[in-house]
Design a protein around this ligand. Structure first.
Ligand code: ZN
Length: 192
């Protein structure tokens, strides 16, 4: 169990309808079953003075990020759509950072990549964390094999301590979850 304090931020990654509701366009298996676990973690973090920050994939309706425009993913989290909304059962109390807003790829919450120029730009996430003197990041949300993996690796490279709450994350394929978490642990991520 994570002992939260004011130097720890809980990052709730992309817990949006398209990923977390069985009716969503890219439902991640098991996601609807972890909502209560995530809410418990949010409450625990707040109760101990930690920061809670949410991310939201927020794409324009046409973007090279989508397979329809030569990207790697089907349409998901189109801004202002139902699918882009954070799941209604999730407790929201903290800043929400939107990513991919200009049509970029946005797998890590720290940076986005322009698909035409290849230019990588930082999001506001690192600034939000440094302004609050955060030293450790705890990840929950979706999905373990994409946004959480990329975000966790980038957080490590920036010198943050990193933890993942295993009961509060899901992968696009249930079978790979254990291996992904093991790989991250070998890279220095604490599994809680
Ligand atoms: Zn996306």
């Amino acid at each position: 169990m994570i002992q939260y304090n004011k130097y720890i931020a809980l990052l709730v990654i992309d817990f949006q309808n398209d990923f977390s509701d069985p009716q969503g366009s890219h439902y991640i298996p098991g996601a609807s079953e972890i909502i209560s676990h995530i809410n418990a973690e949010i409450n625990l973090c707040h109760a101990s003075g930690g920061e809670v920050i949410y991310t939201q994939d927020w794409h324009p309706s046409t973007t090279k990020h989508f397979a329809s425009h030569n990207g790697h993913a089907g349409e998901h989290c189109v801004r202002n759509s139902w699918g882009a909304q954070i799941h209604p059962d999730l407790e929201i109390s903290g800043d929400v950072l939107r990513k991919g807003i200009d049509g970029e790829d946005a797998f890590s919450c720290f940076s986005v990549r322009d698909l035409e120029s290849g230019v990588v730009k930082p999001t506001l996430m690192e600034t939000l964390l440094r302004d609050r003197n955060i030293q450790k990041i705890v990840f929950v949300g979706l999905s373990t094999d994409f946004c959480i993996r990329y975000s966790a690796m980038e957080a490590l490279s920036k010198g943050f301590e990193v933890a993942i709450v295993s009961s509060c994350v899901c992968s696009t394929n249930r079978d790979i979850q254990v291996q992904i978490l093991k790989d991250l642990e070998e890279n220095g991520v604490e599994l809680a």
